[in-house]
Design a protein around this ligand. Structure first.
Ligand code: C5P
Length: 328
């Protein structure tokens, strides 16, 4: 039987938690960058987020090992066998996590969110290429509609010139380039992780310990290489505020949820969950911040909902086809 939490399959719980976490992360990250004049060094935040995930996943791996297992046997499980396979997603994710901060520092939250949706398509492409996932015409149509819908939902209103200002200068080219590369890395790393996880019997927490452990070196190199001079001059925690810690914890939490989502669902469904989260967070801001709903928003939201329905319908049709025909 599929694992459940309070009677609800973990697959759906993890997808819903991911939608909430995703909506919060961008806002917290952006706020942590713009709310103070002393800018913290983002590479240090990426490193601390990996340390947090490593500690949590080590604890969870210990808890799930059978009685009698020792630290040595767990160590062997973590470092032995095909653990080297996690080097690839660890490197890709570390670059992606650093680029995410570059992008969010150069683009406003809305532009960042719109362009980051390219992830849906890069992930689908990587799934087809690496996992040999077969996507029929209806699923591709659903994915394109989803990307377009999310982009429309997030377009700032025409008269909101302040929201567009940050995209006009030279700095935005850096931001946009960072987003595009981050999307490609997200698709590659996510699908590669799924391939390794589902192709072996090692638990998701052991895989995540490996991922964080191997991310430590590139993340530390990032600190020295990108921000080394500043960190030596001002200190590792220079410019940290409560919001910085919140961003670190939220990013770490996101990583843990992504791991569960990939285990019980898959990377493409993850894209749908995050898209719905965007529609929900915009709707929430109607009530909280008095956000004005435009026609473009309604069309975008309708596209997202239709795309989700279309993908789900095509998926269950595929599953029906895959069922063995009962014997007469
Ligand atoms: O944007 P995207 O969904 O690709 O981001 C995935 C995030 O989850 C990255 O920050 C990555 O470091 C993290 N992650 C993780 N453990 C996994 C998979 C992803 O911590 N197993």
């Amino acid at each position: 039987m599929a694992p459940e939490l309070f009677g609800v399959p973990l697959k759906y719980v993890s997808l819903v938690v991911l939608t909430v976490q995703n909506s919060l992360l961008v806002l917290i990250m952006r706020y942590s960058r713009v709310s103070t004049t002393e800018h913290y060094y983002t590479s240090t935040a990426v490193l601390l987020s990996e340390v947090t995930k490593l500690l949590v996943c080590l604890y969870l791996s210990f808890r799930e090992t059978s009685e009698g297992a020792t630290a040595a046997s767990l160590g062997k499980e973590i470092l032995g066998g095909d653990s080297w396979k996690m080097l690839i997603p660890a490197g890709l994710y570390t670059i992606q996590n650093n680029l995410q901060y570059v992008a969010v520092s150069h683009l406003d939250a809305a532009t960042f969110q719109v362009t980051y949706q390219l992830k849906i398509l890069t992930t689908a492409l990587c799934s087809v290429l690496l996992l040999h996932t077969r996507l029929g015409g209806r699923k591709w149509l659903a994915l394109l509609a989803l990307t377009a819908g999310v982009a429309l939902v997030q377009l700032p209103p025409a008269d909101n010139s302040s929201a567009k200002q940050t995209t006009a200068g030279g700095a935005s080219a850096v931001g946009l380039a960072a987003v595009v590369v981050a999307c490609v890395l997200s698709g590659l790393a996510g699908v590669y992780f799924e391939k390794v996880l589902k192709g072996s019997r090692k638990s998701v927490w052991v895989r995540n310990v490996q991922l964080s452990l191997f991310s430590m070196a590139p993340a530390a190199i990032g600190v020295f290489w990108v921000d080394g001079a500043g960190v030596r001059r001002d200190g590792f925690l220079f410019g940290y505020s409560g919001w910085t810690w919140a961003a670190i914890l939220c990013q770490a939490l996101g990583g843990l949820i992504v791991a569960v989502v990939v285990k019980y669902a898959d990377n493409i469904l993850k894209g749908f969950a995050t898209s719905i989260s965007i529609v929900l967070s915009c709707l929430a801001s109607v009530f909280i911040f008095g956000f004005q709903v435009s026609l473009v928003f309604v069309v975008g939201a309708a596209l997202v909902i239709y795309a989700t329905y279309l993908y789900g319908a095509a998926d269950s049709q595929d599953k029906d086809k895959a069922k063995p025909t009962p014997l007469p």
